[in-house]
Design a protein around this ligand. Structure first.
Ligand SMILES: [Zn+2]
Ligand SMILES: [Zn+2]
Length: 176
């Protein structure tokens, strides 16, 4: 008789239901820890400061499930590695631009790579190839335009760039 009165209560107390409930709780806990772990992993890729990463992980844990969503609103927009790569790219681009924007070492006037002499202050910028007259870089051992060997006694900007390591490297190379 009593069995017929409370069929629902009886089914709640049955071992089947308890197992199901425990499984459900276990699943929710695993899901909760997984979202917190995801927050930690994502924060580590975006934030350099370990304290801020710890704080983000804490937000990922509490409040459960809502924390990772809150974190997503405030996380840095890009990965640390992407930011570093972009910085390197910008630096390389600046170097390329600096190479294009050559200036006279004496008067800072803008000069073309083909100039032998600064047109403003008449400073000798490069030496001319004895074979074809093309401007030569100080490091070159041979003229790339006519394949003539470059004698090292050539009047060049040796005196100008005596302090730069470039000169000493060239001297060493020609000695060997
Ligand atoms: Zn000049
Ligand atoms: Zn030449």
């Amino acid at each position: 008789m009593t069995v017929a009165v409370t069929p629902l209560a009886q089914s709640l107390d049955s071992p089947d239901w308890t197992l199901l409930r425990n499984l459900g709780i276990g699943l929710v806990v695993v899901l909760w820890l997984a979202t917190a772990y995801w927050t930690f992993k994502d924060a580590r890729r975006r934030i350099e400061d370990p304290w801020l990463v710890a704080l983000a992980t804490l937000v990922g844990l509490f409040p459960p499930f809502l924390g990772p969503i809150i974190y997503m609103f405030f996380r840095p927009p890009e990965y640390i590695q992407d930011a570093r790569e972009r910085e390197l790219e910008i630096k390389a681009m600046e170097e390329r631009l600096a190479q294009l924007d050559q200036r006279c070492p004496v008067c800072r006037a803008r000069v073309e790579p083909s100039y032998l002499v600064c047109p403003v202050c008449t400073t000798r910028l490069k030496s001319a190839c004895p074979g074809c007259g093309q401007p030569l870089e100080s490091l070159w051992q041979v003229c790339p335009y006519c394949a003539a060997a470059i004698p090292h006694g050539l009047p060049s900007l040796e005196d100008l760039s005596a302090q730069t390591p470039r000169t000493s490297r060239r001297a060493k190379a020609s000695d060997s």
